[in-house]
Design a protein around this ligand. Structure first.
Ligand SMILES: Cc1cc2nc3c(=O)[nH]c(=O)nc-3n(C[C@H](O)[C@H](O)[C@H](O)COP(=O)(O)OP(=O)(O)OC[C@H]3O[C@@H](n4cnc5c(N)ncnc54)[C@H](O)[C@@H]3O)c2cc1C
Length: 392
């Protein structure tokens, strides 16, 4: 059996390659272990990436499966896979702010009114920056426990409460905000989704810093924030259904980027071992071989999940992929730090390898094992939905 692309996919890929060769800006060609948090300028959404996102949209390369008016070209799932692979192989990011194109737009298209759906093109093109207001101080993994309250009036809501870890809140124009509209029913049943303009009076944003020093998320406080009734997405008290769709949208294509980055990281870890003279150390060799093998297995599993997804079935492999790629990445960065001895732990342009990339990426890797559903929660999902085990 020969595994490979057919002539149609090859022609499609050639068209993409020609476009990227001609249009991709130099900043997009820099290999990164992560493409969010911030670029070298410290800007969480650098100007070049905004322009690049709109260029991708205008040429139908932002979300190829969508029609042209939504930044695509009606691609098949296989063509989408070829697209994701080529972008990941070259490490070209589509965007530095994923909530708009990856979560908000698909949710609006599925659950929004026709008026709300008109917001989707700007979300995908990156013209509107969105943030997602799900997590709260007492509701993270247990999302159904949110307490931010929206009092329901005839033609508007009044929102009071607090969100936390809200990525891009300080630069966003709009928030996809989950609120409690009915406190008197079981907790999953009293949640609604509102579109909140971030410049509405009563919203206060306090940036939070990561361990790396970057501030890409924030606490958001709502005090008597008035939101028009037409900003309700889906039915009143029906927000839980949308949360389930939102996270699935986030995961469907992410694994390709995650696995490609992992392969890149394992490759540079091997190069680092050679430079440090550790490529003959049996312990290092065994760990490198294991990491290489695990990354290759993850790619194979990703294809298996993709095959189910392309045929319209759910792909529980994606929960495993999210957990396994983020955890393996963390192990790789930790080994990169260890191999450098004491200087490995500092982000120092002169003394640590690759300007401190390994320590920096090790720090960032903790975010990856938490954001979008922590590893522990993914393990619960795998136990119940993939292995069919009873709830713990
Ligand atoms: C970089 C980054 C960006 C983020 N961006 C956003 C954003 O834009 N919008 C947003 O709404 N949120 C965002 N988050 C928040 C993220 O979704 C939450 O941090 C995550 O869901 C975990 O919730 P928590 O922090 O409240 O931890 P908790 O839910 O309090 O969990 C604490 C610990 O207990 C474990 N745990 C909890 N419940 C269980 C259980 N049932 N079984 C086993 N272990 C359990 C968890 O795995 C974790 O280790 C972001 C987080 C990060 C790190």
């Amino acid at each position: 059996m020969k595994l490979g692309w057919g002539p149609k996919e090859e022609a499609f890929r050639a068209e993409l390659v020609a476009f990227l060769d001609e249009q991709a800006p130099p900043e997009a060609l820099v290999q990164r272990d992560f493409d969010s948090i911030e670029d070298d300028s410290g800007d969480i959404i650098p100007a070049w990436s905004r322009k690049w996102q709109s260029t991708l949209f205008d040429h139908g390369w932002m979300i190829p499966a969508y029609p042209a008016e939504l930044g695509g070209r009606n691609c098949t799932p296989i063509q989408t896979l070829a697209y994701l692979e080529e972008m990941a192989r070259r490490s070209i990011p589509r965007s530095f702010h994923f909530p708009g194109y990856a979560i908000v737009a698909p949710s609006l298209l599925e659950f929004g009114t026709s008026e709300q759906q008109t917001l989707a093109p700007a979300a995908i093109r990156g013209d509107t920056v969105w943030c997602i207001g799900m997590s709260e101080p007492n509701a993270g993994s247990d999302l159904a426990g949110i307490q931010t309250r929206a009092a329901v009036h005839d033609d508007h809501f009044v929102v009071n409460g607090q969100k936390v870890w809200t990525s891009y809140a300080m630069v966003a124009q709009k928030c996809f905000c989950y609120v409690r509209t009915n406190p008197d029913v079981p907790k999953h049943k009293g949640i609604s989704l509102l579109i909140v303009d971030m410049d509405t009076p009563g919203i206060e944003i306090r940036p939070l810093r990561h361990i790396t020093g970057a501030a890409s998320f924030a606490e958001v406080f709502f005090t008597d924030v008035v939101v028009a009734r037409e900003n309700l997405v889906g039915g009143l008290d029906d927000g839980w259904r949308i949360t389930q769709g939102s996270l699935a949208h986030e995961r469907a294509g992410l694994w390709v980027e995650s696995v490609s980055r992992l392969e890149y990281t394992v490759g540079s870890l091997i190069a680092l071992a050679r430079r440090r003279g550790l490529d003959r150390d049996p312990v290092v060799r065994r760990r490198l071989a294991e990491m290489y093998e695990r990354a290759a297995s993850l790619r194979a599993l990703g294809y298996k999940g993709f095959a189910s997804f392309a045929q319209g079935s759910s792909a529980p492999e994606h929960s495993f992929m999210k957990m396994a790629t983020s955890e393996l990445g963390q192990e790789c960065f930790e080994l990169g730090v260890e191999m450098q001895g004491a200087y490995g732990t500092v982000v120092d342009g002169e003394r640590s390898e690759e300007s401190g990339r390994w320590a920096h990426s090790f720090f960032v890797s903790f975010a990856s094992t938490i954001a979008g559903g922590s590893s522990e929660i993914q393990r619960n999902i795998i136990a119940q939905r993939v292995l069919g085990l009873p709830r713990g």
